[in-house]
Design a protein around this ligand. Structure first.
Ligand code: CA
Ligand code: CA
Length: 480
């Protein structure tokens, strides 16, 4: 009896602590209301200003068109006007949530916000925010020089989640991050983003997702389950990034084109590094090893997967690349001081699949295989793929609706048939990259104990390995 009482008391105090008031917003609401389900607010700004840790702000069905007068902050970072400014912190037990109301569709249309400044939709500078289940459209660019607008800017908040937020048909980048740790972008779509206004409409800044952490301490950021298509620059871009970022289970296609498939900006599916080719490059001492795994790139204008003149090694595991100009381009820059292109060094490429690049033979170009781990990829001459290896080559499947929980649909596009040789070798995005690929230090193994395939460090299968270092079961092993 006593124990029950204590447990009950504990539960009561926990729920009092954890449960702040929820608020509701509706395009037919009123900001003089109390924000309850029956009498919702009109503006999302009002709900954000009223929220406490533990609050969920529900957006009811409809389209929200914030007026210029609703812009919460002007001149962030000196150049950005932020429609919604998230400055108060949630906590791990009590995040602050902005969520589409279950079963309804909420869209935020930023078309009316046209300051003489860059625009940010959501300026996230505080911790434990969770944005989910709504669309953002119509973000504007008004300046004609070098500029950019951003739908969701991660500018210093930690432990935030951006989930099932779709950012499309605007002039801005989808999600753009420069500061903050342990943020997760989950199951979001960014598409048809093109800025026709700045720099003569070349569209060179509109990426789907751009993570460019400006300090090595900003670790733990992950992009998972996201799709990026017809963004005028790149699908996913990690240029000028100083802390390792992981991109996994993501799809990128037809980037480098606008919504009408007219050629515009760079056009990379997954640009996983680099600092540009200026003489004094802004790169840290420890260049991060970004990870891209279990991703699909199809029909991007330039590379599917790109090292972008990076200054060190990158990880690419279990990715599938089809009909990009170059499916994998691993070019590196020689050094901080030498702005010279060299074949990519120190990369880890395992279990990647390339099929039918539009530039003849450009399966995996500009790689130094002797200094990279280059194992069990389909680019080996021993593995030749043709159409009959695949269950489907129909890219329209990429637009199949997502699963109930927001995860990507199960598609047969680019999936290997069971009888394909590449399937037996577990090549491509349908096979998960188990974490053992992260451990590439050689372990000692006796030849007699071994079963399965051995590869030499150039990725050539070896039937009876002699003394030396091989890849076996996706581990580096030493045979003494
Ligand atoms: Ca660009
Ligand atoms: Ca870019």
């Amino acid at each position: 009896m006593k124990n029950h009482f204590i447990v009950g008391l504990f539960a009561l105090s926990w729920s009092l602590q954890a449960h702040a008031t929820d608020y509701y917003v509706s395009p037919s609401g009123d900001d003089s209301n109390d924000g309850s389900l029956g009498t919702p607010f009109l503006s999302i700004r009002k709900a954000i200003e009223t929220a406490k840790p533990g609050t969920t702000i529900f957006l009811r069905e409809g389209t929200y068109r914030p007026k210029p007068s609703e812009v919460m902050r002007k001149g962030a970072e000196g150049v950005y006007d932020c429609v919604y400014d998230l400055t108060s912190n949630g906590s791990s037990e009590s995040p602050i949530v902005i969520s589409g109301y279950p079963g309804e569709n909420a869209t935020i249309d930023l078309s009316d916000v046209k300051p003489d400044a860059r625009v940010i939709g959501f300026h996230v500078k505080s911790d434990y925010w969770h944005l989910r289940d709504f669309d953002i459209i119509g973000i504007q660019v008004t300046q004609t020089g070098h500029t950019q607008s951003i739908n969701v800017a991660l500018f210093g908040g930690n432990n935030c989640i951006i989930e099932r937020v779709n950012m499309h048909d605007g002039m801005g980048i989808g999600v753009y991050a420069t500061r903050g740790k342990n943020n997760l972008v989950l199951n979001c779509d960014a598409y048809n983003n093109y800025d026709p206004v700045s720099e003569n409409g070349k569209g060179g800044n509109c990426d789907g997702f751009g993570f460019h952490m400006n300090n090595a301490s900003f670790t733990g950021n992950v992009i998972r389950g996201c799709r990026a298509w017809r963004n005028s620059d790149d699908g996913f871009d990690l240029i000028n990034n100083l802390a390792p970022v992981t991109i996994e289970n993501c799809w990128a296609w037809e980037n480098g084109y606008d919504a009408d498939r007219i050629s515009r900006g760079d056009g990379t599916g997954f640009k996983s590094g680099g600092y540009g080719m200026k003489q004094n490059v802004k790169a840290g001492e420890n260049v991060p090893r970004n990870v891209v795994r279990n991703c699909i790139a199809w029909s991007n204008k330039e590379a599917g997967f790109y090292a972008n003149h990076h200054l060190g090694g990158l990880d690419f595991h279990n990715n599938t690349s089809f009909r990009n100009k170059r499916n994998f381009n691993m070019v590196n820059r020689k050094s901080h001081k030498k702005a010279v292109d060299v074949d990519g060094y120190d990369h880890h490429l395992t279990n990647n699949l390339s099929y039918s690049p539009t530039m003849s033979g450009a399966h995996c170009v500009n790689i130094d295989t002797s200094s990279s781990t280059y194992v069990n990829n389909s680019f080996l001459p021993e593995i030749s793929l043709n159409d009959s290896d695949f269950l489907s080559l129909d890219p329209s499947q990429l637009l199949y609706p997502r699963n109930e929980d927001g995860s990507l649909p199960d598609i047969t596009f680019l999936k290997l048939k069971d009888n394909s040789k590449a399937a037996a070798l577990k090549i491509g995005c349908q096979f998960s990259d188990s974490d053992d690929t992260a451990s590439l230090n050689p372990t000692v193994e006796s030849r007699e104990d071994c079963s399965g395939n051995f590869y030499n460090l150039n990725g050539i299968p070896t039937i009876s390995p002699s003394d030396g270092i091989y890849i076996h079961n996706r581990q580096k092993v030493m045979i003494p």
